[in-house]
Design a binder for this molecule. Structure first.
Ligand SMILES: [Ca+2]
Length: 350
């Protein structure tokens, strides 16, 4: 595979027309939560355009207190990911701080990945002009200090490669055992991959990190690629509605320019996988079915690199009478109508 470069399109007039104020929380579909009972979350992101939509779902949810956003390489290089995360938080009116994390995988760097989000990760629409900047503290230190200060209370939502989380485990595994839950958009689930026939992009970017995180056996919910069902995808009509919608919708209509074109070139509507993972956190009724699993990452330098083998609880594996702790809840059924309705409400206000 070779890297695909997209031309940069400036659209200053339309960008200037975007009013960078908070998106309405009334559109989040989950109003009524007591602020005292807000769930403490850290969002770990590689800040491509689907991360942006996912961040908006989280930032507009009244159920979540975003303690911080930790950024890493992935969909785009680290510098661009940091700017994108800061910009999206500003569009949402969120004052959550951002922390800089890993700029590369733990061991292998795979430059041959296709950039489907545009060179800047946000559709190359000159959208990214954050006023703020990231904190000085390193992402891993922020993660560990925050979890230590709130034992059993912090949930991590991971939307990119798991390098930051693996490094936190390497630095202080005992503190990471105090994490309440980790929600992950990653793996192919029980379906095919997108980086290779068996590997999903986030895992393929750094399977060694998945190996470390899975071996830590922390409580984790996985939303895999197989949740990206047709009914969850965005059509041209959805994009048009977003262009006339909320500030979030207008921003995302433009930020999705390259990703939408990529899917259209495949004859498909656009998948927004990271938003599917945040949906599982903020709309529990959207998750219809999960399977208890134990996961093993394939890290050999061969065609299986980045595949996650999921051993299901209750299944009989003749060669493996004993499996480890079934610490994963792998999402296998979602309410696509509820997801689409809530997603579009945040993006259009309707
Ligand atoms: Ca991502």
């Amino acid at each position: 595979m070779k890297k695909i470069y997209f031309s940069t399109l400036l659209s200053a007039i339309l960008v200037a027309a975007l009013v960078m104020t908070a998106c309405s929380k009334s559109g989040s579909g989950d109003s009524g939560a007591d602020s005292a009972a807000k769930r403490k979350v850290i969002i770990d992101t590689d800040a491509g355009s689907d991360d942006a939509a996912a961040l908006m779902l989280a930032a507009t949810s009244e159920k979540l207190d975003i303690l911080g956003v930790t950024v890493l390489y992935g969909n785009v290089p680290l510098d661009a990911a940091a700017k994108n995360a800061l910009m999206v938080l500003e569009v949402c009116g969120s004052d959550a701080p951002a922390y800089i994390g890993a700029d590369k995988p733990l061991t292998k760097y795979r430059e041959e990945m296709i950039s489907v989000h545009g060179e800047d990760g946000m559709g190359d629409q000159d959208l990214i002009h954050p006023k703020g900047s990231a904190e000085d503290k390193a992402a891993v230190d922020f993660m560990l200090e925050t979890i230590k200060a709130n034992p059993g209370e912090v949930e991590i939502i991971a939307l990119g490669p798991l390098t930051n989380i693996a490094q936190a485990i390497q630095k202080d595994a005992e503190t990471m055992k105090l994490v309440k839950h980790i929600w992950v958009m990653g793996t192919a689930g029980f379906g095919p991959g997108n980086a290779s026939p068996v590997a999903e992009f986030n895992v393929y970017s750094d399977a060694e990190s998945y190996d470390i995180v899975l071996k830590a056996e922390l409580p984790m919910t996985i939303v895999g690629l197989d949740c990206m069902l047709e009914e969850t995808r965005l059509s041209q009509a959805d994009m048009d509605a977003m262009a006339k919608g909320t500030d979030c919708g207008k921003f995302m209509n433009k930020a999705f320019t390259k990703l939408f074109a990529f899917y259209q070139s495949l004859g498909q509507n656009m998948g927004v996988p990271d938003a599917l993972a945040v949906a599982a956190v903020i709309w529990p009724e959207y998750v219809l079915e999960t399977k208890k699993c134990y996961g093993v990452a394939c890290i050999g330098d061969d065609a299986a690199y980045g595949q996650i083998i999921l051993y299901q609880e209750g299944a009989v594996y003749e060669a493996m009478p004993e499996i480890g702790n079934y610490n994963l809840d792998v999402v296998t059924g979602i309410d696509t109508k509820l997801y689409k309705k809530n997603f579009m409400k945040i993006m259009t206000g309707k």
